[in-house]
Design a protein around this ligand. Structure first.
Ligand code: NCD
Ligand code: ZN
Ligand code: ZN
Length: 352
């Protein structure tokens, strides 16, 4: 019997790897992993192969999604220096624009000020801009939000200095928001040393002081939890040049519920961080008659077996957690129950 009912959760940062990376994940397996994690709306990143930077690729990708998804999916457009003129054409097909200011997986990058300014001038003001910004790039993003007086969302903030700078900018009333990932809340650089490439991602795992600073800002500065679900195969991770990124859709809620069980977080705040606020920030449509049934007392060890994600492994395997998703209802239809996806393929909606 469920002893907790949550609203459908939202994850505004996932990599579903379509097109071009379907051996890592695809729309069916990625949205199945979302449902297993109690998540009914996800946003997918544009660093695919090719990246989501032209109207044609976006249209094709939306069609592929519509045929395969089990939960609702919105796409990001990617900012590419060669395609800036096309940004207004991309906007109707996506939920937001993603700009990569620092090095990470895939070729999408914007590293010069004229191109950054062009992005802000070309992207419609009605839609959000999200950034992969680390270290002093966070200050660049804050400066752009201030100069253009428009919202900027910072992805996967991981360090004490970054969250403190964002807190200072928010105190000044600047229109910025940020997400943190479960891996930056529950793992440190000690885990990176233990797990090697299996705990390598961008931003890299940080120090205990950084992790403690994030927990200290969870009630205030941090707007939402997002997984940065970034699956790569075990073979790729064990290769001479392992790509950065780890899966996270199926472990996010159990980890955050564990924090609630341990009284490091209260349940109302968990719901704000994982549902209410991400929906508000990205202006995501509501999902009527949608709920997640949870056993909040069950204790178990996270494992690599039984995962829905195609990559089939998690950096959290072996960790003890409290809380498990039992059943998910989306628009009055059962879509997940007892470890199995019960939804029909294509049951999800592509948004907008
Ligand atoms: C992401 C990926 O694999 O696409 N990797 C990562 O380490 N986070 C890219 C990203 O989100 O920066
Ligand atoms: Zn990133
Ligand atoms: Zn990412």
């Amino acid at each position: 019997m469920p002893n907790l009912t949550l609203p459908g959760l939202v994850d505004v940062h996932t990599h579903l790897r379509v097109p071009g990376g379907e051996h890592k994940e695809d729309f069916a397996t990625g949205t199945a992993a979302a449902l297993a994690g109690g998540i009914t709306t996800i946003l997918a990143m544009p660093n695919t192969t090719p990246p989501l930077t032209t109207p044609d690729i976006l249209r094709e990708t939306r069609q592929k999604a519509q045929r395969a998804i089990y939960c609702d999916v919105g796409l990001f457009a990617g900012a590419s220096p060669t395609e800036i003129e096309r940004l207004p054409q991309l906007a109707p097909h996506v939920m937001a624009l993603k700009i990569y200011l620092n090095d990470t997986f895939g070729p999408l990058r914007v590293e010069d000020l004229p191109t950054l300014m062009a992005c802000f001038q070309m992207w419609p003001r009605t839609k959000l801009i999200a950034m992969h910004a680390e270290g002093q790039s966070v200050a660049v993003g804050i400066g752009l939000a201030a100069a253009y007086q428009r919202p900027v969302h910072f992805c996967h903030i991981s360090r004490k200095v970054e969250i403190e700078l964002i807190a200072a900018a928010k105190r000044r009333g600047l229109p910025i928001t940020c997400e943190v990932t479960p891996h930056h809340l529950f793992l440190t650089e000690a885990d990176a040393a233990r797990l090697g490439p299996l705990a390598d991602m961008r931003p890299k795992l940080a120090t205990l002081a950084d992790v403690e600073a994030l927990w200290g800002h969870l009630e205030t500065t941090i707007d939402c939890i997002a997984t940065d679900h970034a699956p790569h195969t075990l073979a790729e991770k064990q290769s001479p040049h392992p790509p950065p990124g780890v899966a996270g859709l199926e472990t996010s809620l159990p980890l955050m519920l564990t924090a609630v069980a341990e009284k490091r977080l209260n349940l109302e705040r968990l719901i704000e961080l994982m549902a209410t606020q991400p929906r508000r920030i990205f202006k995501l449509p509501t999902q009527p008659e949608t709920q997640v049934e949870v056993d909040r007392q069950v204790r178990y060890t996270l494992s690599n077996t039984g995962l829905q994600t195609k990559c089939g492994w998690s950096p959290f395997a072996g960790m003890m957690v409290t809380g498990r998703v039992q059943r998910v209802i989306l628009r009055a239809v059962e879509v997940y129950a007892d470890g199995q996806v019960t939804a029909k393929v294509g049951n999800g909606k592509v948004i907008p």
